[in-house]
Design a protein around this ligand. Structure first.
Ligand code: ATR
Length: 270
């Protein structure tokens, strides 16, 4: 069977092995997919060792997406834009190909929930690696306008410059966010620490959606806050599944159905 894995640190709670096992079963692909913890300073070595042992591809998660990007021989356009790689593939020539399926994962999850972006006003909160990974696929949906706000406004401004050729993009600090927005995406890691970015009230349009790229058994503080302002809410569990499906498609050339594994993961979480 063909070998795949996910690299991260920490990695023991990764849901990726379960997701890919379910995809493989469903599409009758014979693969083995495991979780591997790489040491903080040893990601490139871990990848090389894995390839020497027959590894065909890997997902990459925190904190190695930047290092994965750096070691690739060739990169997809969206990975070049993101300056981050979450999917590695060994090519027929033995070269390492890097892609980033996070942004597509987000867009597919939104579509799964019938959330459209075309012509809409979208607010993105945060300007770190996670946001860098989603901006190109997001702008490809042709939203009317995207604003990126961040605790450190300079980083939001840099992103706005880097991606300005792809659409109407504005930036600022949290207080610069002027609603109403149709979709508000939290890509900051504030939720991880249980923090709520100090966003202005009146952000949400009627029927607006709030999306947190994080997820957990408990609703995140961002989604709780959005709920008190009347927004419809989605967490990042669907994005996790969809980025995995896109990686699986890259490796196996067959697109798995995500419905069942979504339900399984949701049950496990609660
Ligand atoms: P990731 O890969 O998860 O995006 P990152 O590149 O370190 O990680 O980026 C973290 C993001 O979350 C940044 O936008 C960060 O804001 P700063 O650029 O000002 O550091 C944001 N962030 C982290 N903790 C936060 C908090 N408590 N409140 C608001 N924003 C926070």
């Amino acid at each position: 069977s063909d070998l795949y894995c996910v690299f991260g640190n920490p990695i023991e709670h990764s849901k990726s092995p379960l997701i890919h096992a379910e995809f493989a079963q469903q599409t009758q692909q014979i693969i083995e997919y495991t979780a591997k913890q790489a040491p903080p300073d040893g990601f490139a070595d871990a990848w090389r060792t894995f390839v020497e042992k027959g590894g065909r591809g890997a997902n990459v998660t925190v904190p190695f997406k930047g290092e994965a990007y750096a070691l690739c021989d060739t990169l997809s356009k969206r990975a070049q834009r993101a300056k981050a790689v979450n999917t590695l593939t060994v090519g027929g020539n033995g070269l390492t190909y890097g892609d980033n399926t996070d942004g597509v994962g987000l867009i597919r999850d939104l579509k799964y929930h019938r959330v459209t972006l075309a012509g809409k006003r979208v607010l993105v909160v945060g300007a770190g690696g996670a946001v860098q990974g989603i901006l190109e696929p997001l702008l490809a949906e042709q939203p009317g306008e995207v604003m990126v706000v961040n605790r450190t406004p300079e980083k939001a401004q840099q992103l706005a410059e880097d991606f300005c050729d792809l659409g109407e993009l504005y930036s600022g600090g949290f207080k610069a966010a002027k609603g109403p927005f149709d979709v508000v995406i939290n890509g900051s890691s504030a939720s991880l620490n249980g923090d709520l970015p100090p966003l202005p009230d009146n952000l949400f349009a009627d029927g607006a959606w709030a999306y947190d790229m994080m997820y957990g058994a408990e609703e995140t503080v961002f989604l709780k806050w959005a709920g008190t302002h009347g927004a419809q809410r989605l967490d990042g569990l669907g994005m996790l599944v969809e980025q995995a499906a896109e990686a699986f498609f890259l490796w196996r050339n067959v697109r798995p159905d995500t419905t069942h594994v979504r339900q399984t993961l949701r049950r496990m979480l609660n």
